[in-house]
Design a binder for this molecule. Sequence first.
Ligand SMILES: [Zn+2]
Length: 93
Amino acid sequence: MKESECPKCGGLECYREEADVGVGMVYGPYGCPECGWSDDDEYDFSEGKSHLDEKGNLLDQWGGCWPSESIMARAYRNSEQGRYLCLKGDNIK
Ligand SMILES: [Zn+2]
């Protein structure tokens, strides 16, 4: 795991996934856990893009994809809905 500086927010905890596939290492894009920036435009969430794709799968800034029925994706959907309700003020009395 090699950490580097985020070009977006300056956070120092940017990293990329590494996997040993036998014939060598494969690397995912660099991603920042603080602002959601990714080296790969498709997975760059730093501008407020939703982590959910149209099927409800959860994408992360490291190029990962959690299936819509996975616990991660469900938790994220719940929290996003919670935030939305919060923004609308529905649960603030
Ligand atoms: Zn960042």
